[in-house]
Design a protein around this ligand. Structure first.
Ligand code: ARG
Length: 413
């Protein structure tokens, strides 16, 4: 039996892949796998319903805890960001691909497939992991057939995917108010399908349609995790975050597991309008893309973590670590976490994080997350140099003699 395992999100691209894999590639059995990395319950439900209907076998893999532990925590320790953009989509892809490979081995499939186009970054991230499993055939139907979204929609309709409900008048009359409401909601949802959204517990990214035009202002409707600055309450809220070895472990003095910690911060930060980004991003292939992101927890945690590092790491460590962070982020953006360099960089980062313990207080108000206090048993801060302590100030004179020595030499030429 010719069997293929597909990374399935429930969206348009991956849904059309199911009939394509049968009709165009001759697979007799298509196993659809949805990897749960914290996408909304409604999306998972939709993926489940559609996946069960369209595929020969449907699987859902809960990878939330693993995602937080093995991907998000290392990202926080490395202050991961790419061109100022929170690495949300990029950091999840290799794990999703790995889970798909695992299922392929388990069910004895000969191939693995994804629904990425030939334009974005995700194809490369999936490919890097899929190709590492050299015995498995890699299939990317949307890319290989050069399908546009319009063509996909047409093909989907022909295969009964995303069918719009055509109701008769009698049905419309028999409809209760609740049903009518549900239908109106479904229409709104249908409308929102014009945006391409990728979501996990760390970030939500929205692109496509009018948003592709860089001068188009992002409409409020694209945001689901955050309120606008205008709608955020005027009263500030201060969150206390406890870190152990660079990893957030408590909120307002209460120990919390990674998944619930992130959920709580997303909700709380979102209520204050914290964590929106609208940027022009350089894709791996070199194209510029316009992307909008929501990421309240990420903004709060990275702001807090960087601040705590500033208190406990030496100046030399901070300077050098910045270059490591850049290399780390580029690898992750490209999906090259199988490169041995990734492991080496993590080893360095982990070593520095041994002393990143303490508490950071972050004030959330009107779209801004600002650190208002920090404390650590490993602080390198010394009270001896504070303004109020009497000190032999003339000791500094000797240092000052050599300060700027080279520029004076140059100027005297
Ligand atoms: N541009 C981002 C990246 O490559 C996110 C892409 C996410 N996809 C989406 N459909 N919004 O990491």
């Amino acid at each position: 039996m010719k069997k293929v395992v597909l990374a399935y999100s429930g969206g348009l691209d991956t849904s059309v892949c199911i009939p394509l894999l049968r009709e165009r590639y001759g697979y007799e059995e298509v196993v659809a796998v949805t990897v749960d990395v914290g996408q909304p319950e409604a999306d998972l439900k939709e993926a489940r319903a559609r996946g069960e209907k369209l595929s020969d076998a449907y699987r859902e893999v809960d990878a939330k805890a693993e995602f937080v532990q093995d991907c998000i925590f290392p990202l926080i320790k490395a202050n991961g960001d790419y061109e100022g953009y929170v690495l949300g989509t990029a950091i999840a892809r290799p794990l999703i691909a790995e889970k798909v490979v695992e299922v392929a081995r388990e069910v004895g499939a000969e191939a693995v497939a994804h629904g990425c186009t030939g334009k974005g970054n995700d194809q490369l991230r999936f490919d890097a992991v899929f190709r590492a499993a050299a015995d498995l055939v890699l299939v990317a139907p949307v890319r290989e057939l050069s399908l546009t979204r319009v063509e996909e929609k047409q093909y989907a309709a022909e295969h009964g995917i995303f069918f719009e409900t055509v109701e008769t008048e009698a049905e419309a009359e028999a409809e209760t108010e609740a049903e009518a409401e549900a239908e109106a909601e479904a229409e709104v949802e249908e409308e929102s399908k014009r945006w391409s959204v990728d979501e996990n517990i760390w970030s939500r990214s929205v692109e496509g349609s009018e948003l592709e035009e860089p001068s188009f202002f992002p409409p409020e409707e694209i945001f689901q995790w955050t309120v606008s600055q205008e709608n955020a309450p005027a009263e500030a809220e201060v969150v206390e975050i406890g870190f152990e070895q660079g990893v957030p472990v408590s909120l307002n003095g209460q120990k919390k597991g990674g998944v619930s910690l992130l959920r709580w911060l997303n909700k709380t930060g979102g209520r204050h309008g914290v964590g929106r980004t609208d940027i022009i991003e350089d894709r791996v292939l070199g194209f510029k893309a316009r992307e909008n992101y929501e990421h309240p927890a990420a903004t709060i945690l990275l702001t807090a973590h960087r601040d705590l590092e500033q208190l406990v790491l030496t100046r030399n460590e901070l300077r050098f670590k910045a270059s490591v962070e850049r290399a780390w982020s580029e690898l992750v953006y490209k999906g090259l976490v199988k490169d041995p360099l990734y492991e080496s960089l993590n080893a360095f980062v982990d070593k520095t994080q041994e002393r990143v313990n303490g508490t950071v207080w972050v004030r959330l108000c009107k779209g801004v997350a600002r650190v208002v206090g920090r404390a650590s048993p490993n602080a390198l801060y010394s009270e001896e140099v504070s303004f109020d302590v009497k000190q032999e100030q003339k000791w500094a004179e000797g240092f000052s003699l050599f300060h700027g020595f080279q520029s004076r030499q140059q100027q005297s030429k």
